[in-house]
Structures are given as structure tokens and as C-alpha cells.
Design a protein around this ligand. Structure first.
Ligand code: 13P
Length: 256
């Protein structure tokens, strides 16, 4: 059994203490009856400390959206995983397509960050996914296979169990075009098959694979009812308490 996990990726939004407080204080009371979902809010660095204070006695975990692969040193503008850990961050998103595309992060870099995150006991949410041109050229599975091989290179089964994978087709991110539940499930099954080849069935079957890309209250239930979709990584709809709550509720109901 895999417990679904919903991540709210705020991206570069809700970055001041007041706006994040307002959102979180509206969300917390809505979640009192939610037991079957792990919930993570990945907030901008500027509000992590405030958010920790607000979330510390709730069922919402705190996440960051990026980190560097060294503990400290002359890396102007970078953030140490140890700093994150010390202020109460439990999850970190790595390899988001916006990091890969805009900031030119490679699979090799993401692999280094991933190993570092694991070494300080941060739980990584690792994003993979194909561009529209790759899908249209029939290369989706080839791209996903490459990303799995390179991003998860030299990891042990024990380490893999601490990772959440987010399949985020890039053409569905922020576009309003969601992958259909069937399209998403097809790739989730493919990812799990590759994980089975690489890490054995028992391990592969325990790894959670989220879907991400234009998840909304109106499409969440159909996505989460698919057998291999273990929750979602939510961008735009995670900025309002009510829409995020509806999505969390759909994940909660999908856990049987
Ligand atoms: P949207 O939900 O806004 O499409 O963003 C998805 C995403 O990138 C989550 O990481």
C-alpha cells in the first residue's frame, strides 16, 4: 500500500510572511479530518522559517524547492541542505523542469543533489518528464528511461524508498492542459517497470509516484483513482487554500 502524497509547489509565489501566513492559516483547519495523505508545502526560502512556526503542530510538512549539494562554503546565492534541515524542512523538490530548463540543471547535477539530500535526511521529491516535442516525436518513454537511469544513478534500494518521484509532463505544467488519467497512468506504469528492473519488484512497488501538471479540483479524483498515481505535485492550484484542500480530499478518498 502506498499512501498518497500531495505537494503544493508554490514556486516563486507566496513569498512574503503575510501572504504565506494567510494561506496556511486558512488551510490548516480544513485538514482536520484528513488522515490518508501526506501533505507537503514547498515554499520559497524567504518564508520557510515563518511557515515552520505555523505548521509545526499540524499534519502539513515543510518542503523547499531546491538546494545545493555542499554543506557550506563559497557558493554565493546557494542554499545548504543542512540549513534547510536545521530550520525544520523535511522535503526538497529536486530536478523540477523549471530548474532543468531555465537554470540548465543536468541529470548529473540532480543526482549529486539527490545523494546529498539523502545524506542529511531530507526527503527528495524528484521530478521527471518530457517536453511536448519529445511526446509528439514518440520519444516520451525514451526520455523518461534516460532520466531514471541518470538521476537515480548509484542509489541503493534503501535510498530509493525515501524518494518520491513526480512525473510532470512539461507540456502540462502551468498550461491548463492536463495529461488524461490514462496518459498519466501509462507513464506511471512505465516508470514503475523501469524501477522494477533497476531495484527489484518489492522496492519498486513501494516507491510513490506523483503526477504533476495542471491538477485542479475538477480533475484530481480521476487522476488519483488510477492505480499507479500516488497523489500529485500541484502548482497553481496550491496557492489557494480551498482548491488545494479539494485536491487533498480527492487524494484522501483515493486511498483504499
Ligand atoms: P501547475 O499545477 O501550475 O501546472 O504546476 C505543476 C508543477 O510544476 C508542480 O511542480
Amino acid at each position: 500500500m502506498r499512501k498518497p502524497i500531495i505537494g503544493g509547489n508554490w514556486k516563486m509565489n507566496r513569498g512574503t510572511p503575510n501572504e504565506s501566513r494567510e494561506m496556511l492559516e486558512s488551510l490548516i483547519p480544513l485538514l482536520e479530518e484528513i488522515y490518508n495523505v501526506d501533505i507537503v508545502i514547498a515554499a520559497p526560502f524567504t518564508v520557510l522559517t515563518n511557515a515552520y512556526e505555523i505548521l509545526k503542530n499540524t499534519n502539513i510538512k515543510l518542503g523547499a524547492q531546491n538546494m545545493y549539494f555542499e554543506d557550506k562554503g563559497a557558493y554565493t546565492g546557494e542554499i545548504s541542505p543542512k540549513f534547510l534541515k536545521e530550520i525544520g524542512v523535511e522535503y526538497v523538490i529536486l530536478g523540477h523542469s523549471e530548474r532543468r530548463d531555465i537554470f540548465k540543471e543536468s541529470d548529473a547535477l540532480i543526482n549529486k543533489k539527490l545523494k546529498k539530500a539523502l545524506s542529511v535526511n531530507l526527503n527528495p521529491i524528484v521530478c521527471i518528464g518530457e517536453h511536448l516535442e519529445e511526446r509528439e516525436a514518440g520519444k516520451t518513454k525514451e526520455v523518461i528511461k534516460y532520466q531514471i537511469n541518470e538521476t537515480f544513478k548509484d542509489l541503493t534500494k534503501e535510498e530509493m524508498l525515501k524518494i518520491v518521484i513526480a512525473y510532470e509532463p512539461i507540456w502540462a505544467i502551468g498550461t491548463g492542459i492536463t495529461a488524461t488519467p490514462e496518459q498519466a497512468e501509462e507513464i506511471h506504469i512505465f516508470i514503475r517497470e523501469k524501477l522494477r528492473n533497476k531495484f527489484e519488484m518489492e522496492t519498486a512497488d513501494l516507491i510513490r509516484i506523483q503526477y504533476g501538471g495542471s491538477i485542479k479540483p475538477s480533475n484530481a479524483e480521476d487522476l488519483f483513482n488510477k492505480k499507479n498515481i500516488d497523489g500529485g505535485l500541484v502548482g497553481g492550484a496550491s496557492l489557494q487554500a480551498d482548491s488545494l484542500f479539494q485536491i487533498i480530499k480527492a487524494a484522501n478518498n483515493s486511498f483504499k
